[in-house]
Design a protein around this ligand. Structure first.
Ligand SMILES: *Cc1c(COP(=O)(O)O)cnc(C)c1O
Length: 414
């Protein structure tokens, strides 16, 4: 019998441990200068996570500012077109600012405010984390410094404009390859100089403890809502849930509330152009254990333990590692990690546009691509997909490289 009530409390209590380990993964590998700063964040979060005032304020923000709960939607036309699998979406594309990222940015900025900080600092690659954090900073009246490689600043011009309009300072990073990796280094260095007035806000369930736990806690709202909503709609749990995995925040938020249920769970990694090094960012599928960016996990690394080059058509997914909790769930066999290529994601992208009237983020289209694969196998039952974001940010790129979808024929409805 499906259970309407939460069953995952024991799991949450067990992971991570007090040192921030999910089994053997996670931890906090940080320079000694930052040990006190991280201790301060840890203690503040531990206090605040128990505080009724903090929890109530976050609840109010989610409802009144973010527009939560986001709906669960049954894709009837698409399900009929594909066969018998019933596809459902958790509509994080309808969360304010267009993706799940605001869920943890509002939490991180609220923490900064409670800690008496004046500023939030972060890096951004495609600009999505920068925009979400700039939104949160404007809401709370905090300063916001976003470090961004000069190459990315040119490539992601609309997001740079958004950040500036929201009042953030976009700091160009001009050394090395002038992309995400250098931006991480620059942001981290700025934090080392400014930690008394600022906190560093990580954009996924990665980095040193407590970030993988904190970001997970803020994102579980997605799975908690979806689990209840799906149950209300159908009277049972979905047979499977799936979500795309970059760093792993939207997926962990969806997965954790389902860990104790009889539900199959799939994390979908970007296979890009194929399995050759440099052509994909399927870190769990092709990676090995190692330490990078302050935590131990599964990652794509060379013999020296340096991150390998990654690629995906979805810039939000091209990260060479995954959050430590995913590595644990993989080893436990609780979550299966699968892949979708660029082409599979783009077909899913256009299918959702044409059959359901929803333009998804290319990242989210990877999760949908896996659901489509399952449906084509003719499996009965239901699959709940986390639609992590909307595709407005992607339309210019998609039109230039893939057109508007006229080469697909989705007209032949069964
Ligand atoms: C950033 C982003 C992702 C990938 O990040 P995760 O931490 O893996 O969730 C996925 N979808 C969208 C829409 C994004 O903006």
């Amino acid at each position: 019998m499906a259970n309407k009530y939460r069953d995952y409390d024991n799991y949450i209590k067990e992971y991570p441990d007090a040192q921030g380990y999910f089994g053997k993964y996670g931890g906090a590998y940080i320079p000694p200068q930052l040990e006190n700063a991280f201790k301060e964040i840890n203690e503040a979060y531990a206090t605040i996570a128990q505080s009724a005032k903090f929890i109530n304020e976050l609840r109010r923000i989610r409802k009144e500012f973010q527009g939560r709960p986001t709906p669960v939607y049954h894709c009837e036309r698409m399900s009929n077109y594909l066969g018998q699998t019933q596809i459902y979406l958790k509509r994080e594309d309808l969360n304010h600012s267009g993706a799940h990222k605001l869920n943890h940015c509002m939490g991180e900025a609220l923490l900064a405010k409670y800690m008496g900080k004046k500023k939030v600092i972060a890096e951004t690659g495609a600009g999505q984390h920068g925009v979400a954090l700039a939104t949160a900073a404007a809401f709370f009246g905090l300063e916001c410094d976003i470090y961004m490689g000069e190459v990315d600043i040119v490539k992601q011009a609309p997001n740079v404009t958004r950040m500036k309009m929201l009042g953030a300072r976009v700091v160009p990073v001009g050394f090395g390859l002038r992309t995400l990796k250098e931006a991480v280094d620059a942001a981290f260095e700025a934090y080392m100089n400014e930690y008394e007035d600022a906190i560093y806000c990580i954009g996924s369930v990665v980095g040193p403890h407590p970030f993988p736990m904190m970001v997970r806690d803020f994102q579980t709202v997605v799975g908690i809502e979806a689990r209840e909503q799906f149950y209300e709609m159908t009277g049972h749990h979905p047979d499977a849930v799936c979500a795309c995995v970059g760093g792993g925040s939207n997926s962990i938020g969806m997965f954790v509330p389902f860990v104790a249920d009889p539900v199959e769970i799939y994390g979908v990694e970007p296979l890009g152009r194929g399995p050759k090094i440099g052509d994909h960012a399927a870190s769990m599928t092709y990676g090995s254990e190692g330490i990078m960016h302050g935590f131990n996990s599964i990652m794509l690394q060379d013999e020296q333990g340096q991150p390998q080059p990654v690629y995906s058509v979805a810039s939000g997914l091209d990260y060479p590692s995954v959050g430590p909790e995913h590595a644990l769930l993989h080893d436990k066999g609780r979550v299966k990690y699968v892949t979708a290529t660029d082409d599979e994601a783009m077909e899913a992208f256009f299918m959702l546009c044409r059959l359901e009237g929803i333009i998804p983020a290319i990242e989210s289209a990877h999760a949908l691509a896996y659901a489509i694969k399952v449906a084509r196998e003719g499996r009965p039952g239901s699959i709940l997909v986390n639609l992590s974001g909307r595709g407005d940010k992607d339309i210019d790129y998609v039109e230039e490289h893939y057109g508007c979808g006229d080469n697909y024929d989705f007209a032949k409805l069964r």
